[in-house]
Design a protein around this ligand. Structure first.
Ligand code: GH3
Ligand code: MG
Ligand code: MG
Length: 328
């Protein structure tokens, strides 16, 4: 059966034998599109004409005969000037970029702009900017991005101490281990536990205990390197993951952490069995001590146990000897 022609096809053939779009007049588009259209003088960037949508988007702002580069927000000026300059060069045909404006109510307006040269009749050529109003779209995606970042921060942060939480530490350890294996880099784990903390709570109350935890966290954070991951391991235990550090180097950092806590004047510190708030620390490293992350962690925990057994307020580096002694 012969396929029936659509009305549009039939019409097109009947009238001109060409496309409808070729019959549309530019002035119709200029008047009716929801995009803002600006014509700029090719020589000096002055606004020659704007379409009705410009007023709908910007309100009653008078663009006529003004230098367009002076009408955009300062942060857009450079990108605009660069693109206009390129468009003056006849070889450069089109450009797409975002422009920021401030309207008369001091609100930000963002246009996604396509710019190009447009020949009007035989004698005149202008720069045509067609701008889609993406203000709302960009605002929503920015808010979404911020909300996601906030969520990511929340899900990796310990509420009380503002350090990273255990979950983030585990993820960082996994990533650091993979990096270590691939690039043959070492890393170390420093496991810290506040000494006699139950005593601190019993004598001074839970809120005072919380305060001491926050203070300990702040000291550990401020005394570690920027590249270290300092996290609350749980309860009164903290962990520092040190990338590209071996056991001996980590022991030096651990010793400085211990000294800093010991040297801090904690409120109620004098009521602790050692006369001050102190921490015990166990250190182990990859690949010298353990070849799997859980093994390194377990060995750091063993070393911490040794530090406690040795009298507390001290650092123990995991050694094969210590592990054997414990297993015996
Ligand atoms: P050790 O020197 O052997 O580590 O003794 P310790 O008393 O510190 O260890 P223990 O495991 O017996 O007690 C830990 C205490 O830490 C008990 C618990 O109430 C307290 N703790 C854990 N989390 C928190 C917290 O978030 N806030 C407060 N205030 N105390 C906490
Ligand atoms: Mg503990
Ligand atoms: Mg403890």
């Amino acid at each position: 059966m012969k396929k029936k022609k659509t009305t549009a096809e039939a019409l097109a053939n009947r009238i001109v034998g060409g496309k409808f779009s070729e019959m549309a007049t530019y002035s119709d588009l200029f008047e009716k599109t929801s995009d803002a259209i600006f014509f700029l003088d090719l020589d000096n960037n002055n606004v020659i004409e704007t379409n009705p949508s410009v007023e709908k988007i910007f309100g009653a702002v008078d663009f006529q005969n003004k230098d367009f580069t002076g009408l955009v927000a300062a942060k857009s000026r450079l990108v605009l000037q660069k693109n206009l300059l390129a468009l003056r060069d006849a070889n450069s045909k089109e450009a797409a970029f975002d422009l920021f404006f401030t309207n008369h109510r001091n609100e930000e307006i963002i246009l996604e702009v396509n710019a190009g040269r447009l020949r009007l009749g035989d004698y005149c050529e202008v720069i045509q900017l067609i701008g889609k109003d993406v203000t709302m779209e960009r605002k929503v995606s920015r808010e979404l991005l911020e909300a996601n970042q906030q969520l990511a921060t929340l899900s990796s942060t310990d509420e009380m101490t503002k350090l990273f939480n255990f979950r983030h530490f585990r993820a960082s350890l996994k990533a650091e281990h993979e990096r270590g294996v691939r690039y043959k880099k070492s890393y170390a784990i420093i496991l810290c536990d506040i000494d006699h903390f139950k005593n601190f709570n019993d004598k001074n109350g839970h809120p005072a205990g919380d305060e001491a935890l926050r203070r300990t966290a702040a000291i550990l954070q401020s005394r570690s390197r920027n590249t270290d991951i300092v996290a609350r391991y749980g309860g009164e235990e903290f962990v520092v993951l040190c990338p590209e550090v071996d056991g001996t180097q980590a022991q030096v950092l651990a010793e400085s952490l211990r000294k800093n806590i010991e040297g801090e004047n904690f409120v109620h510190g004098e009521k602790q069995p050692l006369g001050r708030v102190t921490i015990s620390i166990g250190v182990a490293s990859f690949p010298a001590d353990g070849v799997e992350p859980d093994e390194v962690l377990r060995l750091a925990d063993n070393a911490l146990y040794e530090a406690k057994a040795g009298g507390r307020n001290q650092v123990r580096l995991h050694t094969k000897g210590a592990a054997k002694k414990k297993a015996a």
